[in-house]
Design a protein around this ligand. Structure first.
Ligand code: 13P
Length: 251
């Protein structure tokens, strides 16, 4: 298993010019050991393909759970596959909150993605209210178990992103200890489904990751990289975070 995945979720940001400038300043050699996954808006997936250096992997931010047909405005898993996209973010909290995506919808999207051989990045995470009420572990277990089963764990590659909602875009990162505790809990939850297959699942952290906190997060035993929002819009920051993961990987 790769120890680190450094992923950018550009959300609804970017342009052709932004993409060109971003990759023009990507000065690190991208190797096979520490993967880079860039998730732009769908309309820029081909622009990223044209402008990114070799070994940059592309992901989408969402898919329809329908395979095809009269669903205006939706994008299917097979369309992304047609563009050679490898990953898709499923269940980001912004989709759960603003687009009312339930665990049931997320389960359907996840299954549609793996049926088309797309690799999902399944996002889970608790709100501040849930953390304060000590519901974090129950909530996350529920999010995982409503999607992942033994068949999926055995047959389909995917990533999990732990993104505490209170840390997204707030500048307030989970401490490495808090994040690692939840990552360890997630690994434990997967162990209960299949303790051998669970070893191959990487769990990345998302929520105000930047070049100042990346080192301490990536050093934690259960943290396999990051899903980065704000800091991924700054090529310099993103390069620095990638470099940190590479340095730790080479230690
Ligand atoms: P920020 O890095 O801006 O907190 O966003 C995290 C995120 O939502 C990545 O999917």
């Amino acid at each position: 298993m790769n120890k680190y995945f450094i992923s950018a979720n550009w959300k609804m940001n970017g342009s052709k010019e932004f993409t060109r400038t971003f990759f023009a300043s990507m000065n690190e050699d991208i190797d096979e050991d520490v993967k880079i996954i860039i998730c732009p808006a769908d309309c820029y997936l081909n622009t990223v393909d044209a402008m990114a250096p070799k070994n940059v992997i592309r992901g989408a931010q969402n898919i329809s759970f329908n395979t095809d047909g009269a669903y205006t405005g939706e994008v299917s898993a097979s369309m992304l596959k047609d563009l050679n996209v490898e990953y898709v973010i499923i269940g980001h909290s912004e989709r759960r909150d603003y687009h009312v995506e339930t665990n049931e919808i997320i389960r359907k999207k996840f299954n549609t993605a793996v049926s088309a051989n797309l690799k999902p990045i399944l996002c889970v995470g608790e709100s501040l209210d849930q953390r304060q009420k000590e519901e974090t572990f129950n909530h996350i277990e529920n999010q995982i178990l409503s999607v992942i089963n033994k068949e999926i764990l055995s047959n389909h590659p995917f990533l999990i992103a732990y993104e505490p909602i209170w840390a997204i875009g707030t500048g307030e990162t989970a401490t490495p200890e808090i994040a690692n505790e939840v990552h360890s809990f997630i690994h434990g939850t997967l162990d209960k489904i299949d303790s051998i297959q669970s070893k191959k699942i990487a769990i990345i952290y998302g929520g105000s990751v930047n070049s100042n906190n990346a080192y301490d997060l990536f050093k934690m035993s259960h943290i396999n990289g990051a899903l980065i929002g704000g800091s991924s819009l700054d090529a310099n920051e993103f390069n620095k975070i990638y470099k940190i993961a590479k340095e730790i990987n080479n230690e």
